[in-house]
Design a protein around this ligand. Structure first.
Ligand SMILES: NC(=O)c1ccc[n+]([C@@H]2O[C@H](COP(=O)([O-])OP(=O)(O)OC[C@H]3O[C@@H](n4cnc5c(N)ncnc54)[C@H](OP(=O)(O)O)[C@@H]3O)[C@@H](O)[C@H]2O)c1
Length: 292
């Protein structure tokens, strides 16, 4: 009950989320990257940077496994990573599956459409998330297991404390997909970015469908949601907003630390049977629902 899977962990937001979890929770992080396995040690070192020696020994090292060669265009990497988690941690262990990977080829008009780039966006932004859930949702604790650990014995297996330490509601696990406001069809007032918009709209559909499966399968403790982080100044957005863009939180533009603070703040509020009805929906950094 103590594992967080971060897919896209070498990217700006994936990396920052993994660091946040290592520093602020007792969850074990499996950081999945499509970079080759010979870069695992390097990414691991960077994720643990600034952790004191004591913290590294106490939790950092044990708490982090970087898994390279997880290319979302190829199911084999995900399947291997899931087998590794199952063998090492067992089933009934995953509290968070965070799908952070995404690419953007911003087409301004039809003439800019390039079939292979369009397909890549669907393979990574949409089907890559779907396949990640295919392989990791089976490792999420069943409702029964969850209830027996979290309420019955009051997290006694975990020193009496939920290892998620408030990042995730103690009553559930979470399937979390990076979506985007531009994936909303009703919000599309400007056009452009055909493939990226469509890939994110399709990701929203996957989240909704996944959440239905999680509900129908009464055995699951999980909730599925999509998330829009605002405009975050990362290598992803710089080609669009410019090299010298600066944060302006009032306008929804953030640096990475601000974005992670907002994101984890929203994550911690998500629960089933809440008046807000979080499940199967897409949310923004204010915790406001984005209509389809
Ligand atoms: N930044 C924003 O303002 C913003 C706004 C709305 C939504 N989002 C969404 O938030 C997510 C993270 O964005 P970001 O700003 O952190 O972007 P980023 O820094 O470019 O990170 C994207 C991640 O996707 C990974 N990736 C690319 N191709 C892959 C593949 N074939 N297999 C596996 N992983 C692959 C990248 O790995 P490598 O680093 O190894 O290439 C990287 O880890 C994306 O889904 C994006 O659509 C971002």
């Amino acid at each position: 009950m103590s594992v967080a899977i971060i897919q896209g962990a070498s990217g700006s937001l994936g990396f920052a989320l993994a660091r946040h979890i290592l520093r602020n929770t007792g969850l074990k992080v499996y950081a999945l990257t499509h970079r080759p396995s010979n870069t695992e040690a390097d990414l691991s070192e960077k994720l643990l940077e600034d952790l004191s020696d004591r913290d590294r020994k106490g939790k950092g090292k044990d708490s982090l496994t970087v898994v390279g060669d997880v290319d979302l265009k190829d199911e084999e990497g995900l399947s291997k990573a899931a087998r590794m988690v199952k063998e090492r941690e067992g089933v009934d262990t995953v509290r968070l599956v965070a799908c952070m990977a995404g690419i953007l080829h911003p087409e301004k008009s039809l003439s800019a459409i390039d079939l292979s780039k369009s397909i890549d966006q669907f393979r990574i932004n949409t089907l890559g998330h779907l396949l990640t859930y295919k392989h990791f949702v089976p490792l999420i604790p069943s409702k029964k297991k969850f209830e027996s650990i979290s309420s019955g014995s009051d997290w006694s297996e975990y020193d009496g404390e939920d290892p998620a330490r408030g990042l995730i509601n103690p009553k559930n696990s979470l399937c979390w997909s990076m979506s985007a406001r531009v994936g909303s069809i009703s919000d599309n007032n400007r056009g452009g970015w055909y493939s990226y918009r469509a890939s994110k709209a399709a990701t929203n559909q996957i989240i909704r469908t996944l959440d239905h499966e999680l509900v129908v399968n009464k055995n699951s403790s999980a909730i599925a949601v999509g998330y829009h982080p605002g405009t975050v100044i990362t290598s992803f957005t710089k080609p669009v907003i410019g090299e010298h863009a600066t944060p302006d939180p009032d306008k929804g533009r953030f640096d990475i630390d601000q974005a992670i603070e907002k994101m984890t703040g929203v994550m911690s509020q998500v629960k089933r049977d809440d008046p807000k009805k979080w499940e199967g929906r897409c949310w923004d950094w204010k915790g406001e629902r984005i209509e389809w």
